[in-house]
Design a protein around this ligand. Structure first.
Ligand code: KG4
Ligand code: ZN
Length: 345
């Protein structure tokens, strides 16, 4: 029997989880910081770090308590060590180092993207190989996953990540933070074909993405319709025009989902792989979940998506990967430093 405690602090969620025998999630606790960052319309790194420092201790205690586990029962500490906001990562890594040192148990560094890729395994076994789309606030990466540790990056965003585009457009329209859920909510009342926003790169070969053009297209459209000089004045100019905001949100969401679905299915067809896994915060999006399933099925491809709690940042996915490295005897010493590098394996 083994128990792994995992710590995740790569961005604005402080998370801790306890995993038993590499499979059973005994607890997964996530502390969100939306109230802190909302008024800025995006994550402020310095504030994120400070909040991590404040809550990492009580949050870890809560995870241990919920899991019915004492510190002495732990066999290893897994921690997200890259990529992410460097100061935020530093909090988790320092905390995990201290625990590993005092408990004399291995310290296992885990790549955040590798955590997202395997989050599905907390709920379902997916045969290999599969196409993995990590679609979050910081990344939009398409991988061919042959097995644990063997990844080929097939495409990624040339500019903004998809989640970043959701956040920026929501901020522009004054819809709230985080932007993904806000756009989704507004979009429900809007017409997805109200505005034909661009589907960037879809007419080009390759599997890369680009989302900054669509953000600019939304800005130009809204400015054109309302004659607003400065982007910060848009929310006020749109106040009360809920149908307009809903139509823009629905059309924006439709365009982003079209691109994500089309590229991911192309990746599966090009590589001849008949399984797709999507994960990361944007994979919570209901339209994306529905569209990728139906379009993939038409192409004989099976789609696997974690439940929303394991799509957004969490520590259970870090524990799942950490356990695999623990079994292989891979660990780090106290010189471990967090990094911005996204390469895995
Ligand atoms: O994976 P995640 O929790 O953190 C990162 O690793 O970045 O992803 C956060 C991102 C945010 O940009 C957020 O707006 C987006 O995921 N997101 C969504 C939805 N829920 C969260 N985007 C679209 N639709 C959603 N329902
Ligand atoms: Zn993430």
């Amino acid at each position: 029997m083994s128990h792994i405690l995992a710590i995740e602090t790569s961005c604005d969620e402080t998370a801790a989880a306890v995993l038993k025998d590499g499979r059973n999630v005994l607890s997964s606790v996530v502390g969100v910081q939306w109230d802190i960052h909302r008024k800025y319309g995006g994550v402020v790194p310095e504030l994120a770090c400070r909040r991590h420092i404040e809550i990492i201790h009580p949050l870890t205690e809560e995870a241990l308590k919920k899991g019915g586990i004492a510190l002495k029962d732990l066999d290893a500490i897994a921690v997200t060590s890259s990529p992410g906001l460097i100061g935020a990562l530093l909090v988790g890594v320092s905390f995990a180092k201290a625990l590993s040192y005092s408990l004399k148990i291995p310290l296992i560094p885990v790549n955040h993207l590798e955590g997202h890729l395997w989050a599905i395994s907390l709920e379902k076994r997916v045969p290999r190989p599969f196409i993995g789309l990590v679609v979050s606030g910081g990344h939009t990466n398409l991988y061919l996953v042959e097995e644990m540790g063997k990844y080929k990056l097939l495409g990624s965003t040339l500019d903004d990540a998809a989640g970043e585009a959701f956040d920026k457009v929501a901020r522009m329209l004054g819809l709230g933070f985080p932007g993904g859920p806000a756009i989704e909510l507004y979009g429900m009342k809007g017409k997805p074909d109200a505005v034909a926003f661009p589907r960037a790169l879809l007419n080009r070969k390759g599997l890369d993405f680009s989302f900054s053009g669509i953000k600019t297209a939304v800005l130009s459209y809204v400015r054109g319709m309302y004659n607003v000089a400065h982007v910060d004045d848009i929310p006020e100019a749109l106040a009360g025009n809920d149908q307009f905001k809903a139509d823009v949100a629905a059309s924006f969401q439709q365009a982003v989902v079209d691109v994500l679905v089309s590229r991911t299915i192309s990746a599966a067809r090009k590589t001849g792989v008949s399984r797709i896994v999507i994960s990361g915060g944007v994979a919570c999006n209901k339209l994306l979940r529905k569209r990728i399933k139906s379009d993939a099925e038409e192409n004989g491809i099976k789609v696997y998506i974690p439940s929303p709690q394991y799509c957004t940042d969490n520590a259970a996915m870090i524990a799942w990967v950490g356990y695999r490295y623990f079994k292989k005897g891979i660990s780090a010493d106290l010189r471990l430093n967090p990094g911005a590098d996204s390469s895995m394996g």
